[in-house]
Each structure stands twice: as C-alpha cells, then as structure tokens.
Ligand binder design. Sequence first.
Ligand code: CA2
Length: 154
Amino acid sequence: MIWKVLVINGPNMNLLGQREGGLYGSLTLQDLENGLEERARELGMEIDFFQSNHEGELVERIHGARGYDFIIINPAAYTHTSVAIRDALLAVGMPFIEVHMTNIYAREGFRHHSYLSDVAVGQIVGLGPLSYTLALEAAYSILKEKHGSQTHQG
Ligand code: CA2
C-alpha cells in the first residue's frame, strides 16, 4: 500500500488567490492542491485534500483520517483558538505537520500562539505555498525513515 497523506485547510483558505493577495499570494487553493498532487505523484504517495470553514467539520475529518499515514494541516485562525482540533489530532494519534502561508510570529501577537505546535512533528511557516511542499517532502522523509522503504503494508 502506498503512503497516504491528508492535507487539511481551515477557515477562509478557500479565498486564497481571491482576496488579500499581498499577504497570501495569487495562487488559489485549487492551484496549491494541484501542485501538491503532482509532487505526491512523483514521490509515489497518495494525497487527499479537505477544507472547511467550520471547526466541527475539521474535527470530524480528523476523526475519519484513520486510514492515512500523515496529516499536513493549516488550521488557519483555529490555530490560535481551537483546543478541539488539538484534541482531535491527539485522539487519532497520527503524525502531523502544522503549516502556515505567512510567518505567524511576524504578525499580530494573537497569532504567535498555536494550540498545535507542541504536539506537531514540526511547524513550517512563512513560505507561502512552499510551506506545504516542504511539509510533504518532510512527511515523505519521516515515513521513509520510519518504515524503511517507499511502500508499506496495511
Ligand atoms: O498564514 C497562514 O497560513 C494562516 O494560517 C492563515 C490564516 C490566519 O488566520 C493565520 O493566523 C495564519 C488566515 C486564513 C486565510 O485567510 C484568507 C483571507 C483572505 C484571502 C485569502 C486567505
């Protein structure tokens, strides 16, 4: 079986490329997902995507992620507020990388705290769409290190 990665995006990320281009760039979420899909194919990984503007839907998608090997998540504004998303990730016990398009530490003080960072495998911030690509590369390396080959049983 091929390693499976789930990429989750939180509220307002569906507006990428449509608003606040100065901050978040001109790529749409679909463009971003297409790029990740292509890289995942090159790496021999399977990748799925989920975006929601609703905290409970994000929690439920995480609960339903048991068949995956790794999660890449940009919880967007819920990064700074959601104990529920933190608890869901801990409940499924799946390794995850937290990503952000912007450097949250160079922005308003309320964005400096993340409810996920201390339980994430790692955090990648401030690199725009590249934050996601690097997270995918990291997931691949981590899974390879853990399982010793590109594919695994199960
Ligand atoms: O930098 C990031 O990736 C953020 O997770 C983006 C969130 C923000 O609340 C976090 O502090 C940092 C915002 C979601 C994106 O919102 C948009 C609004 C308008 C246009 C495009 C995106």
